[in-house]
Design a protein around this ligand. Structure first.
Ligand code: SF4
Ligand code: F3S
Length: 118
């Protein structure tokens, strides 16, 4: 089991999740974040911290979605640098937050595989 970040993080990237992780297993991309499934200890403390509701246990995904997001989190966490402290959210985070704007649809196609430029 692991926790996974899904498309709801994309273009928001609030990073509240990062500051609570006891094993520092978050990795940061240009417009999203990823959890390294091999490092996550399934503590669950990050899930309620995300203002966009972008983190869930893999057991809470449909089987097909689970495979998709397990693959994305695994691949991206190998490509992107580690992040251990909260940084500013992306400029239009609230606009693309599906919790604040339910009309925001699936953002998977907006995922950038580029690492955060820092
Ligand atoms: Fe880190 Fe725990 Fe979230 Fe896994 S479930 S990413 S260990 S805070
Ligand atoms: Fe993304 Fe939510 Fe963390 S928007 S960076 S998963 S707090």
């Amino acid at each position: 089991m692991t926790y996974l970040v899904d498309d709801k993080c994309i273009k928001c990237r609030y990073t509240d999740c990062v500051s609570v992780c006891p094993v520092d297993c978050f990795y940061i991309g240009e417009n999203s974040i990823a959890i390294n499934p091999d490092e996550c200890i399934d503590c669950g403390v990050c899930e309620p911290e995300c203002p966009a509701g972008a983190i869930r246990a893999d057991t809470d995904f449909d089987p097909e979605d689970k495979e998709k997001w397990l693959d994305i989190n695994t691949r991206m966490s190998e490509l992107w640098p580690n992040i251990t402290e909260k940084i500013d959210q992306l400029p239009d985070a609230d606009k693309f937050n599906p919790k604040l704007n339910p009309e925001v649809g699936d953002k998977t196609n907006d995922l950038s595989e580029e690492p955060d430029k820092g």
